[in-house]
Design a protein around this ligand. Structure first.
Ligand SMILES: Cc1ncc(C[n+]2csc(CCOP(=O)(O)OP(=O)(O)O)c2C)c(N)n1
Length: 374
């Protein structure tokens, strides 16, 4: 095995995407479209959640949209991502349908996980979205496994883990970065550094400001980018994806970003002031940033069309969710596996007779595990 070398250094692009190539305005509009769709989706989720229509918990990523949009713009549908508890943007940007997402959040049978996952455990394997996760740092193992499987199947797929600064203090972060580097896997680790873990500032729990430095310990190159600049995020990912697909191994990308809303919907946010939040957001909104970068290339009409199309899409998605049937109690026994491989019993899905026997114990409402872990 090759030891740590010069390659394992932290690169700082500080949002200067032009360092790599001049921004293409049509691509910028595509990034903007994704960011606006995420913004409209999440603001709508907040409204309907507060109206009591959505069960469980929901965590929003308003302010962080440039990361989801920039990263996913560089991925193919058959590439993998694993998300966090703050995963609506990642899921939408990876290609999930907004209406299937909303149905999932509403606990409906037509949802992506038949209403059993909700906001925090939503997944869509058809677009390579391996799951949001109620367990902080829960996505790392999925990504290492998916990247290993791509190598074993001899495909050129890549796998991306999204995670927050808080997750970098957990064991799975270190174990999976190490293993991915040692095995030279096509994995990409995307940190959304919003400087907060729930209510705690990372300055109280971490002694370093640039968490990308941690990648050096595992012999992995890292890049720090301005996470409000979707072009910069896309440029960093373009390099990381190229490296991963060509057998060059994993990369760490730290995106400096900001969470506009509370940790979860309903968070009283006693740890920061409203003024602080608003003034920061005013200066760093990724949508405003892209609008400014595009300048005259983006007409007022086109900008308004993007918002209107997103609002229409959201309205249709809510209508679909509201009019879908709730997930049935017996749904709890589908997609569940039993058996013991070591004892020679194949792992298999519950058979109908087993489900029938368990039916009396089914939960009274079909909301699955929503809100079980927060
Ligand atoms: C293993 C585990 N520990 C604690 C929690 C409670 N919890 C939920 S989110 C969160 C903060 C995570 O912070 P970070 O990783 O920075 O992500 P962010 O919320 O900033 O997106 C914590 C501690 C959890 N869900 N799982």
């Amino acid at each position: 095995m090759k030891a740590l070398n010069d390659e394992a250094a932290v690169k700082r692009t500080n949002g200067d995407a032009s360092e790599k190539k001049a921004p293409n305005h049509e691509f910028g509009i595509e990034l903007l479209r994704t960011m606006i769709r995420i913004r409209v989706l999440e603001e709508g989720i907040e409204k309907n959640f507060l109206a009591g229509e959505i069960p469980g918990f929901a965590h929003l990523s308003v302010g962080q949209e440039a990361v989801a949009a920039g990263v996913c713009s560089q991925l193919r549908t058959d590439d993998y991502i694993a998300s966090t508890h703050r995963g609506h943007g990642h899921t939408l940007a990876k290609g999930a349908k907004m209406r299937s997402m909303m149905a999932e959040l509403y606990g409906r049978a037509t949802g992506l996980c038949h209403g059993k996952g909700g906001s925090m455990h939503i997944a869509d394997f058809s677009v390579g979205m391996l799951g949001a996760n109620g367990v902080v740092a829960g996505g790392f193992g999925l990504v290492t496994g998916a990247a290993l499987s791509a190598v074993q199947r001899k495909t050129d797929q890549v796998a991306v883990a999204f995670f927050g600064d808080g997750a970098t203090n957990r064991g799975p972060f270190h174990e999976n970065l190490n293993l991915s580097a040692v095995w030279n896997l096509p994995a990409i680790f995307v940190l959304e550094n919003n400087n907060l873990a729930s209510t705690t500032s990372s300055s109280e729990t971490i002694k370093i400001a640039d968490l990308a430095i941690r990648a050096s310990s595992y012999g992995m190159p890292a890049e720090i980018v301005d996470g409000f600049d979707a072009f910069a995020v896309a440029a960093a990912l373009e390099s990381a994806v190229k490296r991963a697909r060509s057998g060059g191994g994993p990369t760490f990308v730290e995106c400096k970003t900001f969470r506009h809303g509370g940790h979860f919907i309903g968070d009283p946010e006693l740890y920061r002031t409203k003024e602080e939040v608003e003034s920061f957001m005013k200066a760093h909104d990724p949508i405003v940033r892209m609008q400014a970068t595009l300048g005259e290339k983006l007409t007022k009409e086109r900008f308004e069309q993007l918002w209107q199309a997103a609002r229409d899409e959201f309205a249709e998605a809510v209508e679909f969710a509201r009019s879908s049937a709730p997930s049935a109690p017996e749904e709890a026994f589908f997609g569940t596996y039993v058996g013991d491989r070591d004892a020679g019993n194949p792992v298999h899905e519950f058979e109908t007779r087993e489900r029938d026997a368990l039916l009396p114990f089914a939960p009274k409402v079909g909301l699955g595990s929503q809100g079980a872990v927060h």
